[in-house]
Design a protein around this ligand. Structure first.
Ligand code: SF4
Ligand code: SF4
Ligand code: SF4
Length: 580
């Protein structure tokens, strides 16, 4: 039975469950207490001291994010002069050892430190003095670490450990020398980081950011010898609007297409098309493994941080991975082969840009066995955030654009392909196709709701044409690890497992728009974005990958059949064992 108590926050009476933190109770009283280090469930450490409050009778200020209210009648004061002065001094001290180059910072106007400094009326030069010099870590193709902008909140450390069970970053040294780094101060590129970018997504400042490729893309567009094709991942269309003031969970696909066209791309295509193709290739690969004693459970292969995770941490399961390239890589492969032939442009003149909700895709494009045409399948990867910055640089008035449609043929995707953007989506898309292929008749119900939802691990059993298929779906690598440990221990009897590296899937990818901690703590961002994908799928006429007319066309006229020799040459890949 819950134990309710009555307390007062700034003289406002509230009734809360005993143990509720001051931070939570204050929200009930209509008061937002500022925080910097706090992230619900993963980083409740009371370290930054920005959220301090006065509790009547207590000798010192308390950290409201971890202070539990458990006494009837407790009185809390959240914004007395003493509290406000303490917060101000804390932030001024942070600024004293901070590279304050806001004008050139990627997080300018979306920075929790900058906002707080302004709100608290800080003097950014109050404690000017010695600053620690840090070289930037430029060792990976996906992420830049800049400790001169780090405020030691440790949110990145928590995300890497709790969401991903990777734990390659932590606080090194002590006192004034404390900094975020890797074991033995190695470069990030030399430790088993998987490139997911979840650390960037939670960072309140510009200390972590993606490696920006906008200049490279704009240079290719400006080059008259280049034919530049762009393709967008499913989850980007339900993220990009947030960069232009739309509510979280708004699908602005039509405006995104129009904006990309105005950037000067020769074609605007949709990676949903190759998500459909992935379903064909992966679905038939699964049937082959099922019928011919192949390695099971088969593990999906579209999430590149997950692939890197297996290569580092579960190399013994590499043969369980589907050999299918990811939709991004299939897209690039087809642009430079099938489509290049269609338009009569040689592969070396084509530049393929993919827009992804993901930072690990920047790593994936440089992987071995990803150059079907003899040239890299993909030339440049922009995150959803970079796409927004590119639109702003190009002066595009996003909100006033008309809705436009993708180009054919590689711009036509089904609802099944669209669902790749949410955890469970690949499995649901595959089941729609597998059920019809195995049963040989049209499905009456298309929604496989058992594999939907944003929980970490889901499982379900389906009987398809008399064959019982047991499936599992996990998102967040900490959850994936649980499933992999079961497989390694011989305790799992699944046939097919979908893994998405980021919690909730690509809608919550490390390249999606960043929201401050207050929003992250109080709004279910990933659920709202996933809902936008599901509601779009329901409204689409084309909801099954195998019914996409352009997929049929590419098999009839180019690839032959799923898993054909040619399909294998262009659309499948190999993996490598990496150390830890
Ligand atoms: S991290 Fe924030 S405060 Fe620091 S330079 Fe960037 S925008 Fe300014
Ligand atoms: S990219 Fe992912 S794995 Fe690498 S440090 Fe960040 S959270 Fe950890
Ligand atoms: S890198 Fe960002 S998230 Fe990590 S401790 Fe520094 S400021 Fe916090």
């Amino acid at each position: 039975m819950s134990n309710m108590i009555n307390v007062k926050i700034d003289n406002v009476p509230v009734t809360v469950e005993s143990g509720t933190t001051i931070l939570e109770a204050a929200k009930q009283a209509g008061i937002k207490i500022p925080t910097l280090c706090f992230l619900k469930e993963i980083n409740e450490i009371g370290a930054c001291r920005v959220c301090v409050c006065e509790v009547k009778g207590a000798r010192s200020l308390v950290a409201s994010c971890v202070y539990p209210l458990d006494r009837e009648g407790t009185e809390v004061f959240t914004n007395t002069p003493k509290v406000l002065q303490s917060r101000k001094t804390t932030v001024e001290l942070l600024l004293s050892n901070h590279d304050q180059n806001c004008l050139g910072c990627v997080r300018n106007q979306n920075c929790e430190l900058q906002k707080l400094s302004l709100e608290l009326g800080c003097d950014n030069k109050k404690y000017a003095g010695e600053k620690t010099e840090y070289p930037q870590d430029l060792s990976t193709p996906y992420l830049i670490r800049d400790n001169s902008k780090c405020i030691l909140c440790r949110r990145c450390v928590a995300a890497c450990e709790k969401y991903q069970s990777v734990s390659v970053i932590g606080a090194n040294a002590r006192g004034f020398d404390t900094h975020i780094g890797t074991a033995f101060e190695k470069d990030l590129g030399d430790v088993p980081c998987v490139g997911c970018g979840q650390c960037i997504a939670v960072c309140p400042t510009g200390a972590l950011r993606e490696r920006d490729e906008i200049d490279d893309v704009l240079a290719d567009i400006a080059n008259p010898d280049k034919y530049v094709i762009v393709g967008t991942a499913p989850a980007t269309r339900v993220g990009i609007g947030e960069e232009f003031g739309y509510p979280i969970g708004t699908n602005t696909e039509g405006k995104m297409v129009a904006a990309l066209r105005r950037c000067g791309f020769n074609n605007v295509f949709d990676v949903d098309f190759t998500a459909d193709l992935t379903i064909m290739e992966e679905g038939y690969e699964f049937l082959d493994r099922l019928n011919n004693g192949g390695k099971l459970p088969m593990l999906t292969s579209c999430s590149p941080a997950w692939i890197k995770f297996v290569e580092h941490y579960y190399p013994q399961l590499i043969d369980n991975l589907s050999t299918c390239k990811s939709p991004q890589q299939m897209f690039g492969a087809l642009c430079k082969t099938y489509y290049a032939e269609k338009i009569g442009v040689p592969a070396e003149k084509i530049s393929v840009v993919s827009i992804m909700p993901c930072t690990a895709k920047k790593f994936e494009k440089g992987r071995p066995y990803q150059n079907a045409s003899g040239y890299p399948d993909i030339d440049h990867v922009l995150t959803t955030r970079e796409m927004a910055r590119m639109f702003k640089r190009k002066g595009i008035i996003y909100n006033e654009l008309p809705d436009e449609q993708y180009d054919a043929p590689l711009g036509i995707g089904s609802g099944a392909g669209l669902l790749f953007g949410a955890t469970g989506g690949v499995m649901e898309a595959a089941l729609r196709t597998l059920a019809e292929v195995l049963e040989g008749k049209e499905l009456t119900k298309l929604d496989f709701t058992e594999v939907r939802g944003i929980e970490g691990i889901k499982e379900a059993k389906y009987t398809l044409a008399g064959i019982e298929v047991k499936v599992a779906v996990a998102s967040g690598l900490a959850n994936a690890r649980k499933l992999m440990d079961l497989i390694v221990a011989g305790k799992a009897d699944y046939h097919f497992i979908e893994i998405m590296s980021c919690p909730g899937g690509c809608v919550n990818g490390g390249g999606q728009p960043i929201h401050d901690a207050y929003t992250r703590n109080n709004v279910n961002i990933r659920e709202l974005r996933a809902k936008a994908l599901y509601s779009t799928d329901v409204q689409m006429k084309l909801r099954k990958s195998h019914e996409n007319p352009y997929i049929k066309e590419i098999y009839d006229n180019y690839l032959g059949k799923p898993n054909s020799h040619k399909a294998h040459e262009l659309l499948h890949t190999k993996y490598v064992k990496r150390g830890i």
